[in-house]
Design a protein around this ligand. Structure first.
Ligand code: FAD
Length: 518
């Protein structure tokens, strides 16, 4: 019988098949040549001790034991070109995985996306980075693949439903992602690999009779007697269907405004907000791996940190080892930061959002906006940052120690944020209580991670699109909107997901719920 084994080995052994076989042969007391195959089932790094170890869960097949390579296949899709139509607004992870699931269930998705396809999108990203021009329909958040396309592609989630997570990971592998994502404790895909996977998903949707419309912004939702009738696009075209999955993401402010105007029930939701900190990757490696040089077998180190400061959680968010800070505004007149990494995470800088959890009461100054109070609070900070940094896509920046000492930095070195930075005292960007928590919090971070609090680290502001500032409430069992029949609020924008995997899971769930009603 093949043997399953849990073990801890050096990074060198974990990275080399022959060394690993040799090591295992000694463990199970056989000759190395008797081992037919070793499959790695799980891999994680244990960096708690000075000598870093790799935890592996393996299964060992000896010669003569039955072993077959398994290839992860796509589900069996049916042609749905003449099946019942379901409108899916938004081609982010939620919308795309909803569309695939609808096809699997024999329903025809019509995916409507305001942005361009992944290739067309690239030109608009260049325009933001180089010319400081923000296209309101095509940017780091909008366009095919949604906000996750040009990202680090981290695939871990706090979802406890491992079966759902595995299903999404396996679908990603079937669409071309490396099988490593099934094994790693903290899998990621990388911004260079995601676009091709997204393109293949779209081609599959079309191949099996679904429709995908780009450059098509939904400007109205047609409702009669509290039931969905369809949508209207920016050209005035109507698309009719009585089931609509609304997966427009956390940055579709016009959709939140539309729902509010139409008196379709939405509510303000707390989110988190702060700055994006950038260190040299080498410094983060030295802190996390307790060494000067991480060597060739360890990946660029991530970090994850959380502290309670003045009764609020302050924590790292969407940390990108070997990554770059990206300009993620979705409208002119605002600046927003986030981060991405290539699959090798081989850039010399490490960045992470460092954010503070907000409470509904923080939105009081914007109470007149009702359910949109949090969104207006978020917008006001993004606009203030834009103004303070010079009204381009440059962002306010400050050295970390200077920030904790309320001191404007005399200079800001070049960072990975391509549009550039302007030296600003960050306290001006945020309300006083947030600046205060950030200042205290960075000092606390410095105590836990020696070397983290350094003037070589540069803070960029703001990190403000951590999750949706609005919830579009739905029935917890049927997933249908509480008031409008046939409307399925979905993914991050509706407040039911955070990150690529949970958005994809939510997309699938909405599709399943629709199928159940038919
Ligand atoms: P979105 O991905 O936001 O998709 C919504 C889609 O709806 C968009 O394509 C938008 O164009 C479209 N849309 C909006 N309004 C309309 C309209 N009116 N008409 C038609 N279409 C419309 N998450 C991770 O898990 N790991 C990461 O490493 C990671 N890194 C990130 C890096 C960056 C730079 C960014 C911006 C985000 C990152 N995220 C990451 C977050 C992740 O991308 C989101 O959580 C996820 O994409 C949410 O999926 P969604 O489908 O709900 O919404």
């Amino acid at each position: 019988m093949p043997r399953e084994l849990l073990l801890q080995v050096t990074p060198e052994i974990a990275a080399n098949e022959l060394l690993l076989k040799d090591y295992l042969s000694k463990q199970i007391k056989v000759f190395p040549q008797e081992i037919q195959h070793v499959s790695i089932l799980k891999r994680s790094i244990d960096a708690r001790q000075k000598a870093i170890k790799i935890n592996l869960k393996v299964i060992i097949y000896l010669k003569g034991e039955p072993f077959q390579e398994t290839k992860i296949e796509l589900p069996i899709y049916k042609d749905v070109s003449s099946a019942q139509e379901v409108i899916v607004v938004g081609a982010g992870p939620a919308g795309l995985f909803a569309a695939l699931q609808l096809i699997e269930l024999g329903l025809k998705p019509i995916v409507i996306e305001r942005g361009k396809d992944v290739r067309g999108r690239r030109r608009d990203l260049k325009a933001i980075n180089v010319d400081h021009l923000v296209n309101e329909d095509s940017n780091y958040c909008f366009g095919e693949g949604g906000a996750g396309t040009y990202s680090d592609g981290k695939l871990y989630t706090r979802s406890k439903k491992r079966g759902d997570v595995t299903r999404i990971l396996e679908l990603l592998v079937a669409f071309g992602a490396s099988e490593d994502i099934l094994v790693e404790a903290h899998p990621h895909i990388g911004t260079n690999k995601l676009p091709k996977i997204i393109e293949d998903i779209r081609n599959k949707i079309i191949e099996f009779g679904g429709q995908v419309l780009f450059d098509t912004r939904v400007t109205d939702i047609l409702v009669k007697n509290n039931e969905i009738e369809g949508i209207v696009t920016q050209n005035g075209d109507k698309i009719l269907a009585n089931k609509l999955i609304l997966a427009t993401g956390h940055s579709a402010r016009d959709i939140f405004e539309l729902l509010d105007k139409k008196k379709i029930f939405i509510e303000a939701k707390p989110f988190a907000l702060g700055v994006r900190a950038e260190h040299s990757q080498q410094l983060i490696d030295s802190i996390q791996y307790s060494c000067d040089y991480r060597g060739e077998h360890l990946p660029p180190a991530p970090y994850s940190i959380v502290k309670q400061v003045n009764g609020r959680g302050m924590y790292s968010f969407c940390m990108c080892p070997g990554g770059v800070i990206a300009p993620c505004a979705t409208s002119p007149g605002e600046v927003v930061t986030n981060g991405w990494s290539p699959s090798k995470r081989d850039q010399v800088t490490a960045n992470s959002g460092i954010v503070i959890e907000l409470k509904l009461e923080d939105f009081k100054p914007f109470a007149k906006f009702g359910a949109l109070a949090g969104m207006e609070f978020q917008k006001s900070i993004e606009q203030k940052a834009w103004h303070l940094a010079g009204e381009t896509q440059k962002v306010p920046a400050q050295r970390m120690v200077d920030f904790t000492q309320n001191k404007v930095s005399a200079d800001i070195p070049k960072t990975s944020y391509v549009p550039g930075t302007t030296s600003v005292e960050m306290g001006q960007v945020f309300p006083g209580f947030l600046s205060q928590i950030l200042r205290e919090g960075f000092k606390e971070f410095g105590k836990s991670m020696r070397g983290y609090l350094t003037n070589e680290a540069i803070l960029h502001a703001p990190e403000s699109r951590t999750s949706s500032p609005v919830r579009i409430p739905r029935d917890p069992i049927t997933y249908e909107h509480l008031q409008i029949k046939g409307l399925y609020p979905c993914g991050e924008g509706a407040g039911y997901a955070g990150g690529i995997i949970s958005a994809a899971i939510d997309g699938e769930k909405c599709a399943l719920m629709i199928a159940e009603t038919l």
